[in-house]
Ligand binder design. Structure first.
Ligand code: GLV
Ligand code: GLV
Length: 355
């Protein structure tokens, strides 16, 4: 291979490797045992000649790494993730390194995990499972693990981009929930879907579903029974859900986070869970991964999973392939390569930019 491409982790499937090899690349995969690589580890991997790197969301891609990559002749970096809050794009640009991410292939998989957590929280699946395994079940009772009926309730989506919209569709079509959403951009396709689905239900003699684009985030928090967070993480969404906003939600609301941990003030959330036993939460992400804030693990009204929203085989192989395409496309300067997954603030292809 003429070009040296480094992947900081082994990734699922072989398609991404074959693709790089076919395009004159020598692929080096770091097999270091520790889960999170430091900046120093990655500098050592880059060495003095490296054309491109595929990296992970646990790594801090800032000035130091992009400077090292540029010095080694590198032109391209791809995160194997749709989120890229771990990447300083301005620093990459300064050193002439193109940055890519892996949207699209993880949309439905991530939305399915948000839907799973919504169902698990509303029907108290994890608590009930623990109860069974502990040998506590001694017969059917009318009040045993009573939860919520989603049908007819309102699902609130904060950030109605690709993933938020896919999640909303699942909850509306699957469980006939009404929708309220908040986004700076209009989710045109989602609105069309709910309108058409509402008409279909009406024509079949069923109660139609309704939708509303909220004029403020607080409106969603006050109205919705299940609230799912799907914004990107940046300065404007850090601690978007704080003590004050938690207090605006219904006492029996369900909050789902499959976006990024720091979108929620996790300490405030633990306090809220302690004082509101009927409030439930499903979390895939945490403020300080891999750690949880003190007290969270003890809360029966919290379901916690280790950042697995995109973890389906098809999606993870697709993410690896997209990351490889991002890197090789830039290195080889494919004439048709228009930087398809260059990071872009307009993450929602379903919606129109503001007027
Ligand atoms: C995972 O969290 C991703 O951003 O792809
Ligand atoms: C419950 O199992 C019922 O039959 O209602």
């Amino acid at each position: 291979g003429k070009y040296r491409v480094v992947s900081t982790k082994p990734m699922p499937g072989t398609r991404w490797i074959n693709l790089l090899v076919q395009q004159d690349c020598r692929v080096e995969i770091c097999t270091e045992k520790k889960t999170i690589l430091s900046v120093e580890d990655i500098i050592a991997l880059i060495g003095n000649k490296c054309d491109g790197v595929i990296g992970q969301l646990t790594e801090d891609w800032g000035d130091t790494l992009f400077s090292a990559l540029a010095k080694a002749g590198g032109k391209a970096f791809s995160n194997m993730a749709v989120g890229y809050n771990n990447v300083d794009v301005d620093a990459a640009t300064k050193y002439g390194v193109a940055v890519g991410n892996t949207p699209g292939v993880l949309t439905e998989t991530t939305a399915e995990l948000a839907a799973s957590l919504s169902l698990a929280a509303s029907r108290r699946i994890v608590e009930a499972d623990e109860f069974m395994r502990a040998g506590l079940y001694d017969g059917w009772l009318p009040h045993l693990f009573v939860g919520n009926l989603l049908k007819g309730q309102t699902v609130g989506v904060i950030g109605a981009g690709r993933i938020g919209s896919a999640y909303a569709r699942m909850m509306i079509e699957g469980f006939k929930m009404n929708l309220i959403y908040y986004d700076l951009y209009q989710a045109t396709r989602l609105e069309k879907f709910v309108t058409a689905y509402g008409q279909f239900l009406k024509a079949s003699g069923e109660q139609p579903v309704t939708w509303k684009r909220a004029s403020s985030m607080d409106e969603v928090l006050q109205v919705a029974d299940v609230i799912s967070l799907h914004p990107i993480l940046d300065k404007t969404t850090y601690h978007l859900i704080n003590k004050e906003r938690l207090s605006k939600m219904k006492k029996e609301a369900i909050l789902i986070n499959c976006s990024r941990g720091p979108v929620v003030d996790e300490e405030a959330l633990v306090e809220h869970l302690k004082h509101n036993p009927m409030f439930r939460v499903g979390l895939d992400v945490f403020e300080d991964e891999p750690y949880m804030k003190p007290g969270l693990a003890d809360m029966k009204n919290a379901i916690v999973v280790p950042h697995i929203a995109s973890a389906s085989k098809w999606t993870r192989e697709g993410m690896a392939t997209l990351a490889a395409l991002n890197v090789v496309g830039k290195i080889k300067g494919f004439p048709t390569w228009s930087n398809p997954n260059a990071v872009d603030p307009f993450l929602d292809e379903n919606s129109s930019p503001p007027p």
